[in-house]
Design a protein around this ligand. Structure first.
Ligand SMILES: [Zn+2]
Length: 318
């Protein structure tokens, strides 16, 4: 089976033609200067035709156009439900009608963390697993849950999707969602520079000479022994480990898969969280395994075929 899969983030989109577990052709589009999904859609349609042409595949051979969306999405209706400011017009756009009009293809949409989970289960770190929690550590913290072999969606479609907004500190920072002390407000990419600037001794730390504190620079300086970087890294690891314990107690998985760019430091992150949950998670049946994602930026794209064949997408019977 072939499909067009689009992974839409805040700064760029990847448009790909996928066939089962293989990406036949793909193109990355920069979106820094584009605002609103309405302005992005024509770029996606143009890239779709280029990608099909590159792979010498007819449009009619693709089963669907699958949008992996960086916001809450409802696959049953094909609509974006809620998102950040950049794409705040998305909830008002009839995406299935656009897709039919511009490309003559059935349209599917799902949240990007859920798509990454589907991809990792199909072709990556969680192949053969039926009960998995996926956590994506990036600018924010995304989450998705596979339970008894099915993506958890729930009545209001939020089920398992708001991992990053589980409070880990009731005295913590105000989050973009309005709550206090959410995991991503304490140890997410967007909050990290704020956490670092407020850290005692920051001005004398090597971190203060970075143009912007990122997880990459934090882990680099911690490796080199910078005291402030080590302390902030330890705090981030504890936040993620406490969050993981909460997710294990909520969703009872066999495996928790961590994805996102910071997993370049998987050799630090995975053993830390594994040790923490071995010590603190209450799992009388056994021990939850912590694994790094395997598919990197391709995970969500490779979730397209399992989404289409799972019977959980729009237009398909459940
Ligand atoms: Zn929040």
């Amino acid at each position: 089976m072939k499909a067009i899969a689009v992974d839409l983030g805040g700064t760029h989109a990847t448009v790909a033609l996928v066939e089962d577990r293989t990406i036949l052709a793909s193109e990355v589009i920069g979106l820094e200067r584009v605002n609103g999904l309405g302005a992005v859609l024509p770029l996606l349609a143009e890239a779709t035709y280029r990608v099909l042409s590159e792979a010498a595949v007819e449009r009619s051979q693709a089963s669907a156009f699958v949008l992996c969306f960086c916001g809450l999405s409802d696959p049953a209706t094909g609509r974006a439900v809620s998102t950040n400011q950049k794409y705040d017009d998305a909830t008002r756009i009839d995406l299935p009608a656009w897709c039919q009009r511009e490309m003559g293809l059935p349209f599917m949409i799902e949240n990007d963390a859920r798509m990454a989970l589907l991809g990792e289960c199909y072709a990556g770190a969680a192949q053969g697993e039926t009960d998995v929690v996926m956590v994506t550590l990036g600018t924010g913290i995304g989450g998705a849950v596979l339970m008894n072999g099915k993506i958890l969606r729930s009545k209001h479609i939020l089920g398992g999707n708001l991992c990053g907004h589980i409070p880990v500190d009731f005295n913590g920072r105000r989050c973009t969602c309005g709550a206090i002390g959410c995991a991503e407000a304490e140890a997410g990419g967007w909050s990290l520079p704020l956490v670092a600037k407020g850290w005692p001794g920051f001005a004398k730390s090597a971190l203060s000479r970075e143009p912007a504190v990122s997880f990459r620079s934090l882990f680099e300086h911690a490796t080199q022994g910078d005291g402030v970087a080590c302390a902030i890294q330890e705090r981030c690891l504890r936040v993620w480990a406490a969050l993981t314990t909460g997710l294990i107690h909520s969703f009872d998985p066999d495996v928790v898969v961590f994805g996102g760019g910071v997993l370049a430091s998987a050799e630090v992150i995975v053993p830390y969280i594994q040790k923490y949950v071995m010590e603190y998670a209450w799992t009388p049946w056994g021990k939850v395994r912590i694994k790094p994602a395997q598919l990197g930026g391709h995970a969500a794209l490779l979730g397209a075929i399992p989404l289409l064949t799972s019977g959980q997408a729009s237009g398909l019977s459940d």
